[in-house]
Design a protein around this ligand. Structure first.
Ligand code: DHB
Ligand code: FE
Length: 284
């Protein structure tokens, strides 16, 4: 039987990818951000999973206003890093896990969640920046990400967005799906995006460190109550793009019911226009 061993939570700021790709990680501005992930890279190399379910949002790259799936699971063999306007990031192609992804689709849809099944899509910074942060630089041709990845895209860009509660319940359904997969796999689930940030309008640049840290506390200790937070609270307190945080509740919902072991916690302001938050939780 497969099982979820750990969850990782991290922001996905595109400028972090650019800093890595342009060799700027040692600059004073960026050094503080990357220092917060040194432990994480070591941890991942020592706790390498057989597959990662990577919950992220597409930023009008693979999807557009023409088609907006609320939840989309990547069932393909591989996913190409997208060209987001400056050429694709020089990172390896993402290898999928079609068997596990198809099983999750079957199980989660039978548990009454509607997933869009996507056999072909390009993946943007929402997915590649968390991989880079956790795995370090990878040569685009000769390097490889440490394991297959199941991309799981959530619409948090175009309203209506899914509620935190639905995301949390979806995480629970994903856990049941993984636990009913025959092969003995160690699976991690990553929740990405956030923390507080607003990229446009009168409140552009908004960051709310107090609210973010309370969110981290509650994500660890009281996720069930946290999942009941209405979406307007995210927008008011954490800015319009702070709504990306509902994706963290999918990963948290997929963890066991026992209190998790906190392996790492990091918070830093700012990276570009965003507060960076990061957690590693292991299942007891
Ligand atoms: C920034 C953050 C994001 O989450 C994003 O998708 C794009 C830009 C930023 O802080 O610049
Ligand atoms: Fe984003």
């Amino acid at each position: 039987m497969a099982r979820i061993t750990a969850s990782v939570f991290t922001s996905h700021v595109p400028a972090i990818g650019a800093a890595l790709d342009q060799g700027k990680t040692a600059e004073p501005y960026w050094h503080k951000v990357f220092a917060g992930y040194e432990f994480s890279r070591q941890w991942l190399s020592e706790n390498r999973p057989d597959a990662i379910i990577l919950v992220y949002n597409d930023h009008a790259t693979a999807f557009s206003l023409e088609m907006i799936p609320t939840f989309a699971i990547g069932t393909g063999e591989r996913f190409q890093p997208a060209d987001e306007g400056w050429g694709p990031r020089p990172v390896p192609v993402v290898q999928g896990h079609p068997e596990l992804a198809s099983h999750i689709a079957q199980s989660v849809i039978q548990q009454d969640f509607d997933l869009t099944i996507v056999n072909r899509m390009d993946v943007d910074h929402g997915l590649t920046v968390p991989l880079s942060l956790m795995c370090g630089e990878q040569h685009p041709q000769t390097g490889a990400w440490p394991c297959p990845v199941v991309p799981f895209a959530v619409n948090v860009v175009q309203y209506p967005v899914p509620s935190g509660r639905r995301c949390f319940e979806l995480g629970r359904a994903i856990r049941r799906a993984v636990e009913s997969y025959d092969e003995d796999l160690k699976v991690q689930i990553w929740g990405t995006g956030g923390m507080s940030h607003q990229l446009q309008g009168a409140r552009a640049g908004l960051i709310n460190a107090e609210w973010d840290n309370r969110f981290l506390d509650r994500l660890i200790d009281d996720p069930d109550a946290l999942s009941r937070l209405p979406h307007i609270d995210y927008v008011r307190e954490a800015g319009s793009e702070g709504i990306e945080l509902v994706m963290w509740l999918i990963a948290r919902g997929a963890m066991g019911d026992a209190p998790p072991r906190v392996r790492h916690r990091f918070y830093h302001v700012p990276a570009s226009n965003t507060a960076v938050g990061h957690l590693i939780l292991e299942n007891a």
